[in-house]
Ligand binder design. Structure first.
Ligand code: SF4
Ligand code: SF4
Length: 314
């Protein structure tokens, strides 16, 4: 999967068109791209002669062949339009004073799933800007565990590139759904990058990243993760969360966390109605934005007509 477009096309179609969500996918592995160290925005360092640009082909906001990506990532396509491909959804709580997300990171290191984690270091809250950090053990991860998706608003995929350049392997990441769309695009592309050193993708189901490009987003559950953490849909104020397990790696992570008494499954078959209500409300709003006056600029999704019909009739 490669499209013959370059960094100039990326500038015109995404960056200057207000679609960029500062995910860092375009500058993770391409030496001709970087991100602004003040606000995280992507920019072209020098125009290259490449006509089939890695930067363009990594970006989740110019084209996103969702079904093709799902087939390559999961070996199947979704049956649940709101949530994406998954094997199981459970409700959990922490068994100690640490957060569920931090306990999952401890389990990831304990199980040998990761040797490093890419996490976020928030720089400012208004506007939300964060930058990637790479940590090498669970203890080092503790202070970078995100509390909200705005804490992740920055070029986190670049952290995978940084870890690769430092010769690291078995790299995990906690990121927002849009970051993982970009990372998935790189992983299923025909480019040779270091992205295949990623061994775990944890999504933080997103309420908003607070960026202009967020209004075109249609993935709030983290569809291209191994496992999604969703506080949305769990009983309010309970401190519990839903975990959407999408891959065998995601399952291994949960099994380890339970076995090590880091988390506890409070409901193996939770009611999904509140989570789906949340996801569909946000998706519907943004699909309408895509179909409205912004359709021409926001043509990145191969919109599935049946999917849209179902959603808009709800
Ligand atoms: S890959 Fe991400 S950071 Fe780069 S232009 Fe696309 S949306 Fe922006
Ligand atoms: S709403 Fe969340 S997942 Fe969507 S683009 Fe914004 S930060 Fe990314």
């Amino acid at each position: 999967m490669k499209v013959e477009k370059s960094s100039q096309d990326l500038e015109n179609e995404v960056i200057y068109a207000g679609l960029c969500i500062h995910c860092g996918s375009c500058n993770a592995f391409c030496p001709h791209m970087d991100f602004n160290k003040e606000n995280g925005e992507a920019y072209v360092v020098d125009e290259c002669a490449e006509t089939v640009g890695l930067c363009y082909n990594s970006c989740p906001r110019n084209f996103l062949p969702i079904s093709e990506m799902e087939l390559k990532m999961f070996g199947k396509t979704r049956i649940d339009l709101a949530v994406g491909v998954y094997n199981d959804i459970i409700q959990v709580k922490s068994k100690n004073k640490d957060t569920i997300l931090y306990n999952l990171v401890i389990a990831a290191f304990d199980a040998g799933i990761v040797k490093h984690m890419v996490l976020s270091q928030p720089k400012t809250k208004k506007p939300p800007v964060a930058f990637p950090v790479v940590v090498d053990n669970a203890k080092g991860a503790k202070k970078y565990i995100p509390k909200a998706t705005m804490d992740n608003a920055g070029p986190l995929v670049t952290g995978i590139g940084q870890a690769y350049k430092a010769y690291k392997r078995d790299i995990g990441i906690i990121a927002n759904p849009c970051h993982l769309q970009g990372l998935a695009k790189i992983l299923v592309s025909d480019f040779n990058t270091g992205a295949e050193r990623t061994s775990l993708k944890i999504a933080f189901a997103c309420s908003s990243g607070g960026m202009t490009g967020c209004k075109y987003c249609t993935d709030f559950s983290g569809e291209f993760s191994d496992i999604s953490y969703s506080p949305w849909g769990a009983p309010k104020g309970s401190g519990e969360a839903l975990l959407i397990i999408r891959t065998d790696i995601g399952q291994k992570l949960v099994d380890t966390a339970v076995k090590k008494k880091l988390i506890e499954i409070t409901d193996p078959n939770p009611d999904l109605s509140e989570m789906k209500k949340f996801l569909n409300k946000k998706r519907k709003k943004n699909f309408l934005t895509l179909l409205g006056k912004d359709l021409i600029t926001a043509k990145y999704l191969n919109l599935n007509v049946d999917e849209l019909k179902d959603m808009l009739e709800e």
